[in-house]
Design a protein around this ligand. Structure first.
Ligand code: UTP
Length: 293
């Protein structure tokens, strides 16, 4: 299989980040100087993905606008010789077709993915959660590129997993797996936010997936599960049983930017890697902590 399309579900309500997300979509909150969404777009473009299917919701038009040409700003920066500031966004825009679909009601992640069906059609596709950031060092394949490689060689749906502490399992979808070889597992089932007692493992889903189109038919039949939402994890269990599914830990720094602490960590880490800010920011932190305040 060849992965040419990616879906970014970005229609959630972002309640963990209120009041910031009352009018600003969490996918547009900046991590240093770029919106969360842009990190995800960079990740998928560097994996050779050509088509992005954005799942947006009510109050999220700013996300769709982000991919348009902003005439006023762009004309102004051309005139003032600051065009470099938008160079990166312009480059990304060139090679990527962006299609936006509305999820009219936030009925769950499974439902959001199902909204991509008319466009994704009969092709395998990647899914990147709009509020999860995966950072890989320069020169290394991006998070989703690492996943695509396994999906393309096994011809199976493939999902990223991370090892979490036992006390954390109830925050994630957790996989029940069988080891195949180093860093490759066969997924038997997926459980949505299990209790510590009932968790089948400590391997959690951080929000990167590759699915065959069979997931759509399964999602159409999936009944609302935990919290009354159509759970992607329920459909994943059915897909794993029907066709098979692989899991791997991708080599990347991962941040849950939809969570306040995760968002702060992402800002600190990425500021420390930023070409202009790393020096002065590190100096500020060292000074601050050396004085114990
Ligand atoms: P989350 O559960 O993290 O998003 O869903 P949320 O519901 O927006 O956040 P909180 O918990 O209220 O703070 C993971 C991803 O799935 C998308 C979200 O936008 C997020 O990127 N999502 C979730 C949808 O697109 N539609 C949904 O119905 C639910």
């Amino acid at each position: 299989m060849k992965i040419r399309k990616a879906v970014i579900p970005a229609a959630g309500l972002g309640t963990r980040f209120l009041p910031a997300t009352k009018t600003v979509p969490k996918e547009l909150l900046p991590i240093v100087d770029k919106p969360t969404l842009l990190y995800n777009v960079e990740e998928l473009v560097s994996a050779g993905i050509e088509e992005l299917i954005l799942i947006a919701g009510r109050g999220k038009t700013a996300i769709e606008d982000f991919f348009d040409v902003s005439y006023e700003v762009e004309e102004l920066i051309e005139k003032t010789g600051k065009a470099d500031l938008l160079k990166q966004v312009r480059e990304l825009r060139k090679g990527l077709t962006v299609i936006s679909i509305r999820q009219q009601q936030a009925l769950g992640l499974g439902h959001a993915v199902m909204c991509a069906m008319p466009v994704a059609g009969s092709e395998p596709f990647a899914v990147l959660l709009g509020d999860e950031i995966m950072i890989t060092p320069k020169g290394k394949p991006s998070g989703i590129a690492q996943l695509n490689k396994i999906a393309e060689s096994t011809d199976l749906s493939t999902v990223a997993v991370i090892e979490v502490a036992k006390s954390e399992v109830s925050k994630y979808g957790i996989v029940d797996v069988e080891a195949v070889k180093k860093n490759l597992w066969k997924v038997k089932a997926v459980v949505e936010k299990p209790s510590v007692k009932s968790a089948p493992s400590t391997l959690a889903l951080p929000g990167r997936y590759v699915f065959t189109p069979a997931i759509f038919k399964i999602l159409q039949k999936t009944k609302p599960g935990k919290n009354g939402e159509i759970q992607l994890t329920d459909a994943m269990t059915a897909l794993a049983k029907q066709e098979g599914m692989m899991a791997t830990v991708i080599d990347a720094q991962r941040f849950d930017a939809g969570d306040k602490l995760g968002f702060l960590k992402a800002n600190v880490e990425l500021a420390l890697q930023h070409p202009e800010l790393s020096g002065p920011f590190r100096a500020y932190l060292e000074d601050k902590f050396s004085k114990g305040r």
